[in-house]
Design a binder for this molecule. Structure first.
Ligand SMILES: [Zn+2]
Ligand SMILES: [Zn+2]
Length: 240
């Protein structure tokens, strides 16, 4: 119903990815050829069995990163590679505030979770908390929007305020892995540890790049008593 009004109030006159003119909606925010491209890139290359990153030649079944440092999460998977059209759709959702996109992206993320038995059982869904600065700037948290949709699809409750940011981190895009990890150290905390005790948690983020954020969030949840943490993201990078 909300989607219906959103479409009525904010009709989309172009594909949100390639800007092909037409009438688009929450259920169909991008054109057929962009959809085909998204599907085509899914599962094209071998991925790391643990963190889901696309492997560089010669690696396998685990990437270099997972071989040297076992991640605290059990499994991480993404819908596709962090390249076009996956890259642009993340940016449109994040920077242009096309909330409607989260509906379709969340649906595709939920489909990946549904077909991977190792994700189950899932007791609760928790989004990676956005920085206060980014929520203030955009008025919403893109990870929470995605988690909301995944929660509807999987019929598992989403808890947006249990995992919180206790340290604001500068923009991580330009940072090296070492800088990212240093910035993220002790950046998260759990509000009501009782609620996550013994629970199997699905953590939701938009992009998995170095994996530093997922690692730190998962570690925080496990330190606070969670039984197991798995991660689902929209896109993921290649190699280390
Ligand atoms: Zn398009
Ligand atoms: Zn890996």
């Amino acid at each position: 119903m909300v989607n219906f009004f959103m479409d009525l109030l904010f009709p989309q006159m172009e594909c949100c990815i390639c800007r092909q003119p037409g009438l688009y909606s929450t259920r169909r925010p991008w054109c057929r050829s962009c959809q085909e491209q998204l599907i085509k890139l899914q599962g094209m290359l071998p991925i790391c069995d643990r963190c889901g990153k696309y492997l560089v030649e010669g690696d396998g079944p685990l990437c270099q990163d997972c071989q040297t440092r076992t991640p605290p999460f059990k499994l991480s998977r993404a819908v596709g590679p962090y390249e076009e059209p996956y890259r642009i759709s993340t940016k449109v959702l994040k920077f242009l505030g096309r909330r409607q996109l989260a509906y379709r992206m969340g649906k595709m993320m939920a489909a990946v979770v549904k077909k991977e038995p190792r994700f189950w059982p899932i007791d609760m869904i928790i989004p990676v908390p956005s920085t206060k600065a980014s929520i203030k700037q955009r008025g919403f948290s893109q990870t929470e929007l995605l988690a909301q949709q995944i929660s509807k699809e999987l019929k598992v409750k989403m808890y947006p305020h249990l995992l919180i940011r206790v340290k604001e981190t500068p923009s991580q895009r330009e940072c090296t892995r070492e800088e990212r990890e240093k910035n993220l150290l002790q950046a998260f905390d759990v509000r009501k540890a009782d609620c996550i005790k013994g629970k199997n948690i699905l953590l939701v983020d938009d992009v998995f790049t170095t994996g530093s954020t997922s690692r730190e969030c998962a570690r925080t949840l496990l330190d606070n008593g969670a039984n197991q943490v798995n991660v689902i993201t929209w896109a993921t990078g290649k190699g280390c």
